[in-house]
Design a protein around this ligand. Structure first.
Ligand code: GLA
Ligand code: ZN
Length: 683
């Protein structure tokens, strides 16, 4: 068993930068005292400390880090030790300029910022190997070391000559012949045919921007190179510390952009296979002015569930803020109660930690106004510190839940490659692609009724789910279609929609309409797709109600499917908008238009009833009060969370034990605004 799995209780703490306070020994002493008061048991150190660890080439300075290990040992805490490749020292960029990234316009960047090295550079890889080896040799056997945090938030791309050469090698391995490449990318369009491998460049605004197959392969290549860099940088850690688990912190997209989704830049389903534990940095925009707190909670829940699903194992929240961030347009404080609610939400969805950025607020430079556990006032006598400390004490009462699993019967399919292709393809409505946002609309129906969901890739084992939701699965390989067919044939229930099965893995359109396996599965024929303008709606009659359509209306024809809903207007009036097809032992539904929450609620209500998916603990769940459950050692742990602005009463099927207060709880509970309870019962 690795060290993390063996360590009892949840991790509480986060990024700690004593390296910013070395000339303030009194502050470092105070930190330790404050950490104990906040029930902090874990620090992540050294994330950006390379310049301190190796001030000049080959000269190392670890005294300050030795002290952190010694101090954490005193309070029986853990150290998550980072490798420093996320930000390199000046001397390195100066002596070896090749380590600086080249952007898509071919410009070599000078030193600065972070997360911007070339991932091909042999010199950079070697320098990283050296420093990582030193760290592993020095701290690998230290009992306080819990885990490796490799680099930080990998992202971005490099277009230097070394990366270009790797790109061509990667393509040569994939395609073997130029002919195969020319065919895969459909290069007979616009005279794009290559006659020599040396002509193959990366996509660039100065050159090729229109070859969809190239863009898709480039994204695959960037993921492959990033993982390759990570693997090489982890090599000395794996060799010298086989019992210490390795992670790197994944990200989400767009928290300050009115959307919140897992990051799509790197294929995390591939990256997850290379880490021992999935971890991610969670920064939802609570209390914003474009949606309710419950909506923010739903999107955050979706991301947690996706990071759970990558390994079907507890993940870590590696960073979150105790109060506010500094990089949004408006950096709002969390309202009283939100810190504890949002942190327990992490646990509810499968996290085994609440870690922060950061423990002590920086005095200067770019993140000086980012929230932290210990603020500029340097006291414990403030709301943020108090809430963190209260939460830390609560976590200790919940220790037995660490490592607990989940019991999930609904899966939503998300595929990074399909998302890349879908976003890239021209045509249709450019601002209304909304791939993940649409998945979140489906997810919201289940989240709102406290029905747990996994978010899985098409190659997951679907047979363990009663319901698989796969709308807009644009790119489909033959294997994906076979898997969907097999799942339904064996008794599964599948929901899909317009935009599914449109292109192959090279982003070439699948000819002949809906591909045969899908046509057999759904019992329909695809005719055409109408893109609607903003504000333009047609309508669908479903049961006794009429619902508006949004953005896309697909025209289909039922072959062997039953028609459950029809369009009421436009040139496709009276044609099917929702079909159901019994395929061998199972059932496949097809939604032809983009529908809103009311329609989806009505549609899924029947499926939820038929498949008996309803939450078996909460009576009549409400959207704003969420219940998520984890399972361990014969117990179920229900997290009841009130994401509304008012107190709520929740009716429950059974009486339980309130783990935070240690008192029995009747079948009816009251939650304050932003209130949360953790209830235990025998499974
Ligand atoms: C990211 C980084 C951290 C810090 C935080 C601030 O998650 O990993 O180093 O900059 O953002 O929110
Ligand atoms: Zn490069």
């Amino acid at each position: 068993m690795n060290k993390l799995a063996a360590s009892p209780g949840f991790l509480h703490g986060g990024d700690y930068n004593p390296d910013q306070w070395l000339d303030h020994p009194e502050i470092l002493k105070q930190d330790l005292k404050f950490m104990q008061q906040a029930h902090i048991n874990t620090v992540t150190v050294g994330v950006f400390a390379w310049a301190l660890e190796e001030p000049t080439e080959g000269v190392y300075n670890f005294g300050w880090l030795d002290r952190v290990f010694a101090e954490m040992a005193k309070i029986h805490g853990h150290v998550i030790l980072a490798t420093p490749s996320g930000a390199r020292p000046h001397w390195l960029s100066q002596k070896y300029p090749e380590v600086n990234r080249v952007d898509e316009n071919g410009r070599r960047h000078t030193h600065g910022f972070r997360h911007n090295h070339c991932y091909s550079s042999p010199v950079y890889r070697e320098k990283v190997r050296q420093i990582n080896t030193k760290l592993a040799e020095r701290y690998g056997q230290n009992p306080t070391l819990l885990m490796w945090h490799v680099s930080n938030e990998y992202s971005g791309e490099c277009y230097c000559n070394l990366c270009q050469a790797n790109w061509r090698r990667w393509l040569q391995r994939k395609y073997s012949s130029l002919d195969a490449l020319n065919r895969a990318w459909c290069l007979s369009v616009w005279s794009g045919l290559y006659s020599d491998w040396s002509q193959v460049l990366p996509p660039s605004p100065l050159g090729e921007t229109k070859v969809h197959g190239m863009d898709l392969d480039w994204k695959r290549f960037v993921t492959a190179m990033t993982i390759d860099f990570y693997q090489q940088e982890s090599q000395p850690l794996r060799e010298l510390t086989p019992n210490i688990p390795i992670t790197t912190n994944f990200m989400a997209d767009g928290p300050a952009n009115q959307q919140y989704t897992p990051m799509v830049g790197l294929d995390y389903s591939k990256f997850a296979k290379a880490v021992d534990v999935v971890s991610w940095d969670s920064y939802p925009e609570w209390h914003n002015n474009y949606e309710t707190v419950a909506e923010t909670a739903m999107k955050t829940a979706y991301i947690h569930d996706q990071f759970w699903s990558l390994k079907q194992q507890p993940f870590l929240v590696m960073e979150s803020t105790p109060s506010f961030v500094n990089w949004a347009q408006y950096n709002k404080a969390k309202q009283p109660g939100m810190h504890i609610l949002s942190s327990l939400q992490q646990l509810a969805h499968g996290s085994d930690s609440t870690l922060y950025f950061q423990i002590r607020q920086a005095q200067g430079n770019s993140e000086k106004f980012h929230g932290a556990v210990i603020g500029h006032d340097g006291t414990t006598d403030n709301r943020v510190f108090q809430e963190v400390a209260t939460y830390g004490a609560q976590l200790e009462k919940l220790a037995e839940i660490k490592g607990a699993t989940k019991d999930v019967h609904v899966a939503i399919i998300f595929d990074w490659e399909s998302q890349w292709a879908f976003d890239r393809g021209g045509g249709f409505g450019r601002p209304t692609r909304l791939g993940i946002q649409t998945l979140q609309k489906h997810y919201a129906i289940f989240w709102g009724q406290d029905i747990a969901c996994d978010i899985v890739t098409p190659d997951a084992d679907l047979s363990r789910y009663k319901l698989v939701v796969a709308p807009m699965l644009y790119l489909q390989r033959p294997a994906t279609m076979q898997a969907l067919q097999a799942y339904v044939a064996q008794g599964g229930t599948l929901v899909s929609s317009y935009f599914s099965g449109m292109v192959d893995e090279d982003d070439r359109v699948l000819l002949g309409g809906l591909p045969t396996p899908l046509r057999e599965l759904f019992g329909i024929k695809r005719r055409e797709l109408d893109t609607l303008l903003p504000g333009e709606h047609y309508h669908v009659r479903y049961g006794s109600k009429i619902y508006p359509t949004h953005d896309y209306d697909e025209v289909i024809e039922a072959e062997t499917a039953n028609v459950l809903a029809t369009y009421t207007d436009n040139f496709y009036q009276a044609t099917p908008a929702l079909t159901q097809h019994h395929y061998q032992q199972g059932t496949a539904y097809y939604i032809a238009a983009r529908m809103d929450r009311d329609f989806l609620t009505a549609f899924y209500a029947k499926i939820i009833a038929k498949l008996r998916l309803a939450n078996s603990f909460v009576i009549a769940p409400s959207y704003e009060v969420s219940c998520q459950t984890r399972f361990q050692n014969g117990y179920q742990y229900h997290f009841l969370m009130n994401f509304s602005e008012t107190p709520k009463t929740v009716k429950l099927q059974r009486s339980t034990l309130d783990l935070l207060t240690g008192t029995p709880v009747e079948k009816k509970v009251s939650l304050a605004k932003y209130g949360v309870m953790v209830l235990r019962e025998k499974a």
